[in-house]
Ligand binder design. Sequence first.
Ligand code: FAD
Ligand code: FES
Length: 258
Amino acid sequence: MKQEDMTIVRQRQLAPRIFEMTLKGELVSQMTTPGQFLHLRVPQQAFLLRRPISINHVDLAKKECRIIYRVEGEGTEIFSHLTTGDLLDVMGPLGNGFQFHHLTPGETVFVVGGGIGVPPLYELSKQLRQRQINVIHFLGFASKDVMYYEAEFKALGDTRIATDDGSYGVKGNVGNVLMAAAQTPAAVFACGNNGLLKTVAQLYEALDDVQLSMEARMACGMGACYACVCHTKEDETGVKSVKVCDEGPVFQARKVVI
Ligand SMILES: Cc1cc2nc3c(=O)[nH]c(=O)nc-3n(C[C@H](O)[C@H](O)[C@H](O)COP(=O)(O)OP(=O)(O)OC[C@H]3O[C@@H](n4cnc5c(N)ncnc54)[C@H](O)[C@@H]3O)c2cc1C
Ligand code: FES
């Protein structure tokens, strides 16, 4: 099993309830595919289930990785109080990430994220740029206050932002910004809530390569408990459902029912 007590190098707050944590350890050498996630043990006896959080950035040379998470309940609240030097029990990297090795330099892809679905797209975009793929980012946030990583994404390419309340960028959801894009991309990569994933799947129905990172409540995180199943388009009765944790979280839009 891929498990390690990783050391927290840094933790900083990016926005209300949103934190960036940098972890160091040997597991980092395996974190090569963007879109994979870490399964984190909450460091208190009462919490049995781990929390799945996506990998946001990897520095193989320093053996460091970053995660960005929003405080939602007790587990993430406890993570937010950890500090430099503390250890965190990490399992991973888990799941199947985004596939992009078939793309050729000079092609343009769309990277679409919403809210707390944005973090894994940063490492994806970094690796796409390393392969000379042109990336256009479409990012949606509830408001300017909870927006983060704008400068980081801008450093990698064209970045278009929407906020629900219109406090920054285009008013409305990220679908509004996508609809204004004139280009047809070679592929679309998306991570966010089901509303965002549905919009992306509908807008790019005709495109062969639309990869969506699905979210599901998880328990084991390793394919053993079936807590995280999602229905497939070939069989909506659920008999042939797929497990988000070990068959995903990234699926082709044409395969899954959102
Ligand atoms: C593949 C994947 C990647 C994710 N990446 C990120 C990320 O990068 N940043 C981020 O902020 N959040 C991410 N999430 C959501 C994150 O896992 C939950 O917000 C977190 O588990 C909530 O834990 P909690 O103890 O604070 O909340 P509680 O509501 O107290 O959690 C109770 C239980 O429900 C589970 N749970 C609650 N919400 C979710 C959820 N949305 N998805 C899965 N399990 C949930 C928890 O793991 C826990 O077992 C991801 C989820 C998945 C499935
Ligand atoms: S969380 Fe157990 S099978 Fe996916």
